[in-house]
Design a protein around this ligand. Structure first.
Ligand code: GSH
Length: 239
């Protein structure tokens, strides 16, 4: 396989052995995963002319026996398609392992961003016997009272929108995080949206946001299991 002449243009520092581009590293790792070796050509930001043949201005650029491919994601697809006998970049028997990132991202990044928006509403959904515990534990975590949170709600919503950027970018191009069909990765993130749906009527995504359509698809799954789930209805007593 490695007899093929593969050349990879990759970003280098002043020391040309330092190849520090994250995107080039994606390609490096993908090549290794496939059992392929490429001749690395050091490239600097200002060496545009050297990759002009690729008709764009960024590295990585892979040249495979005269075929030029740029953009790390497109290169990954190219490698997957043209080296089908090599281990799949999607992973073998990866199962839940493939969903681990979505789960960690949802828990470590999305959840805290959502919490700042939702906690005042969550408070009203709680059984009265839980309220004191909830207030004490969450206020200690947040460093402010539950009543103070809404003051900053607009800022928190702006931050949430920012946090959702990678999800939005993914769902602009595919139906589910796992591609054509949902996986546990979708459920890891969707759980956060169900949290919101169940406690609040705050619109956390706009109708023209790809996340909105994805959420609708998930709400429809399994005969509308999630859509049919009871949600809290705000009353004036909640406000
Ligand atoms: N989406 C591209 C991004 C590539 C990219 O931004 N590469 C940087 C190096 S990390 C680059 O070549 N930048 C050129 C420039 O800023 O002029 C990919 O995944 O390959």
């Amino acid at each position: 396989m490695s007899e093929r002449s593969l050349v990879l243009f990759e970003l280098a520092g002043a020391d040309q052995s330092v190849r520090f581009s994250p995107h080039c590293w994606k390609t490096r790792m993908a090549l290794a995963h496939k059992g392929l070796t490429a001749q690395g050509v050091p490239w600097r930001f200002t060496d545009k002319a050297e990759i002009a043949f690729s008709e764009q201005t960024c590295v990585p650029v892979l040249v495979d026996d005269g075929i030029t491919v740029s953009d790390s994601w497109r290169i990954a697809h190219y490698l997957e398609t043209h080296f089908p006998q090599a281990p799949s970049l999607a992973g073998d028997n990866s199962g839940l392992a493939a969903c681990a990132f979505a789960n960690h991202w949802a828990d470590a990044t999305l959840l805290p961003a959502l919490a700042r928006v939702l906690i005042p509403d969550v408070f009203h959904v709680l059984h009265p016997k839980d309220r004191q515990y909830f207030r004490a534990s969450r206020e200690a975590r947040l460093g402010m009272t539950i009543e103070q949170l809404p003051t900053y709600r607009q800022d928190y919503l702006t931050e949430l929108k920012r946090v959702l950027t990678p999800l939005r970018g993914t769902l602009k191009r595919q139906l589910f995080l796992a591609g054509h069909a949902p996986s546990y990765a979708d459920y890891c993130v969707f759980g956060m949206f169900m949290w919101s749906r169940c406690v609040s009527d705050i619109a956390i995504v706009e109708p023209d946001d790809p996340i909105h359509a994805w959420r609708e698809r998930l709400l429809d799954l399994f005969d509308g299991l999630a859509r049919k789930a009871p949600v809290h209805h705000l009353t004036t007593g909640d406000l």
